[in-house]
Design a protein around this ligand. Structure first.
Ligand code: NAD
Ligand code: IPM
Ligand code: MN
Length: 357
């Protein structure tokens, strides 16, 4: 099976290298072959091609069975033209592959709950799935960069959704809830935004007509942000738009102790893309200390959703648990009584646990 690897920038290459060790171990154990094609996306692609999503990367991704991405961006490219920023490369690949559905699962592990910024008893039961719309909304509406309008410097971004876009992502959330705890919380800002009022109306209609067995509630995004730290256990599936999903998933990620733990799958009708939810972490890049767990768990999602290798997916997740249970931690989660390991050691330990299971 062909995997396009897009290590990207900052800690991206470090966490992807560690994850490939785990993927190779899984392939060996479960008897399938993985063929990797390394390509450039983001800042490194700007340096090489003056384009954050060059054609050779496009071709590779489209021909692959799945794409694994590290992260893109960094201060080096903060002042390039907005149309070729590293992040623009990421937005383009998402759009190009039609990846409208971003799944960000967040389950607090009993091995890290005590490292949460919240009291452990508050986060222990957290097991939620953020279903984030990924190819629409304010990220993809018309952007007017700052310019003089009637003598005043002005900039704008249009927050636009169409009914089919809302329906297809809502359907993913309802279907996900069916095989979880049967609850969807739709998050919007319907008290202010027209886009949100349409979103809420469509989601409500769909629940009544097609998913009466699913419990649906609606929260304004500001209240949701507060509820996530007050009582995260109330959430099962959280359905939301592109920008709210971005913000709420960083907030949710840290309930388990570190943003470095959270994986994601971006799905559409073609090739799926898998990446941790965090960024390129320029502040720790090159030091070999980044936590690769979110990327390793993204590889598990890749096995599950793109390669139909369920046993391999389960085995990767079980191996991660085993390594955490044994007390190994990267710097972000290191504490008393733990054994500190670097990025590559974490990858090797998970690979070893997988092979020994
Ligand atoms: P970030 O997620 O890169 O970092 C936020 C904080 O979390 C930093 O202190 C960082 O050290 C820490 N952190 C992140 N991942 C970690 C890991 N695996 N292990 C340990 N600590 C980790 O967010 P930022 O600093 O706001 O953004 C940096 C760059 O990354 C920007 O250019 C941004 O646009 C980009 N970005 C890219 C993606 C992506 O590629 N999907 C996602 C988010 C941000
Ligand atoms: C993420 C990132 C991206 C987003 C950026 C880098 C474009 O923050 O994947 O969460 O906002 O979607
Ligand atoms: Mn983000």
């Amino acid at each position: 099976m062909k995997i396009t690897l897009l290590p990207g920038d900052g800690i991206g290459p470090e966490i992807v290298t560690a994850t490939v060790k785990v993927m190779d171990a899984a392939a060996k154990k479960f008897g399938f072959a993985l063929e990797y094609d390394h390509q450039l996306l983001g800042g490194c692609a700007i340096d090489a091609y003056n384009d954050p999503y060059p054609e050779v990367t496009q071709k590779s991704a489209k021909a692959a069975d799945a794409v694994l991405l590290g992260a893109v961006g960094g201060p080096k490219w903060d002042n390039v033209d907005p149309s070729i920023r590293p992040e623009k490369g990421l937005l383009r690949i998402r759009k190009d592959l039609g990846l409208y559905c971003n799944l960000r699962p967040m389950k607090v592990s009993k091995f890290t709950a005590h490292l949460s910024p919240l009291k452990p008893e508050r986060v222990e039961n957290t097991d939620l799935l953020i279903v984030r719309e990924l190819t629409g909304g304010i990220y993809f509406g018309t952007h007017n960069e700052a310019a003089m309008v009637d003598g005043v410097e002005t900039a704008s971004d249009v927050d636009l959704y169409t009914r089919p876009e809302v329906e297809r992502i809502a359907r993913k959330a309802f279907e996900a809830a069916k095989v979880r705890r049967g609850k969807v919380t739709s998050v919007d800002k319907a008290n202010v935004l027209a886009e949100s009022r349409m979103w809420r109306r469509i989601v409500t209609e769909m629940q009544a007509k097609e998913y009466p067995e699913i419990e649906l509630n609606h929260l304004y995004v500001d209240n949701c942000a507060m509820q996530l730290v007050l009582n995260p256990g109330q959430f099962d599936v959280v359905l939301t738009n592109n920008i709210f999903g971005d913000i709420l998933s960083d907030e949710a990620s840290v309930l388990g102790g570190s943003i470095g733990l959270l994986p994601s799958a971006s799905l559409g009708d073609g090739t799926g893309l898998y990446e941790p939810i965090h960024g390129s972490a320029p502040d720790i890049a090159g030091q070999g200390i980044a936590n690769p767990t979110g990327t390793i768990l993204s590889a598990a999602m890749l096995f599950r959703y793109s390669l139909d290798q369920q046993a391999a997916a389960d085995a990767v997740e079980a191996a991660v648990d085993k390594v955490y249970e044994a007390g190994y931690r990267t710097a972000d989660l290191f504490g008393e009584g733990m054994t500190k390991v670097n990025t590559q050691e974490m990858g090797e330990l998970v690979a070893k646990a997988l092979l020994e299971a």
